[in-house]
Design a protein around this ligand. Structure first.
Ligand code: HEM
Length: 176
């Protein structure tokens, strides 16, 4: 581990505080306007989705460049910091908010019924699996233990893109 992990720890505390403030503000929104909360929840869900997807598309792109960087070089150390911060500050909280509000919308708006919703949830589970795979890769890169070539990460970069396209079509077109 490098000295960067300390900065990452402080950043982690800030992320938790930000999340707590966010949960408090959301609770206030619900208390003061329960009947209009569905649309607010959907807006928050979509904002979180955009943040999660931005990270899920950018992180494997960093891996592509990191895989070609000499271990121990200044470039490789910079990639480590970028990857760890992107994961902890953006991707992890955004995934949690997406899930919490997505499940709430599914329950409040649809009672968890609908073929499109079940298919969507299955694909979001697959997206979360990719998230876990990328998290493990961040840990391996941090320990200079990545064995996969840049080409592997270039291919992995396409998986969240394809999942995202099908998920958005399912929720907006609701074809079945
Ligand atoms: C974590 C599991 C998720 C669940 C349970 C879920 C569920 C839902 C539900 C029930 C809605 C409301 C649909 C409506 O009011 O017509 C919604 C909206 C939406 N979701 Fe998700 N979602 C999840 C994750 C995602 C992900 C990963 C994406 C994108 C990659 C996404 C993209 C969207 C979009 C774009 C909308 C707005 C659709 C519209 O207003 O027509 N969701 N979601």
């Amino acid at each position: 581990m490098t000295g960067n992990s300390k900065g990452g720890g402080n950043a982690g505390v800030r992320a938790v505080v930000a999340l707590a403030i966010f949960i408090g503000l959301t609770a206030l929104l619900f208390i003061y306007n329960p009947s209009g909360f569905y649309l607010w929840a959907k807006a928050i869900h979509v904002i979180a989705v955009i943040s999660w997807m931005a990270g899920m598309l950018y992180l494997p792109r960093l891996f592509v460049y990191h895989a070609d960087a000499e271990p121990g070089s200044e470039k490789a150390e910079t990639f480590k910091v970028m990857e760890q911060r992107l994961l902890r500050l953006i991707i992890n909280p955004a995934m949690m908010v997406t899930w919490v509000f997505g499940l709430w919308l599914a329950w409040d708006g649809f009672g968890f019924s609908g073929g499109w919703l079940h298919a969507k949830i299955a694909l979001v589970i697959a997206m979360s699996g990719m998230h876990g795979y990328f998290s493990a890769a961040v840990r391996r890169f941090a320990a200079d233990e990545n064995t996969k070539p840049a080409r592997h990460w270039r291919i992995m970069n396409e998986v969240p893109t394809l999942l995202m396209i099908v998920i958005v079509v399912l929720v907006i077109v609701k074809p079945f």
